[in-house]
Write a new protein. Structure first.
Length: 104
């Protein structure tokens, strides 16, 4: 099992989850974060820290969010690890409008 960031994170990019991750498995794209499923140790610490409730255990994903398992795996290999939160706790960081990290 691994945790997955879903579409609720698109455009808001809260980074509170990054500070509680013991293995630095979050990767930062231009408009959201992704979890590397190979690095995630299933600790569940990030779930409670996500204000928009965008993080799910892959086994608990609703059917309409299954594609996010593949998206997180693919995009976490494309973008760099984020090691610490940005900005104020409970506040989203700015996401650049000109670029999207969503697959076409």
């Amino acid at each position: 099992m691994a945790y997955v960031v879903t579409d609720e994170c698109v455009g808001c990019k809260y980074t509170d989850c990054v500070d509680v991750c013991p293995v630095s498995c979050f990767h930062e794209g231009p408009d959201m974060l992704y979890i590397n499923p190979e690095e995630c140790i299933d600790c569940n610490a990030c779930v409670a820290e996500c204000p928009p409730e965008a993080i799910w255990a892959d086994v608990d994903l609703p059917e309409d969010k299954f594609q996010w398992i593949e998206i997180n795996g693919e995009m976490s290999n494309k973008y760099p690890v984020i090691f610490e939160s940005r900005g104020t706790k409970g506040e989203p960081t700015e996401a650049p409008a000109e670029t999207s990290s969503q697959p076409s």
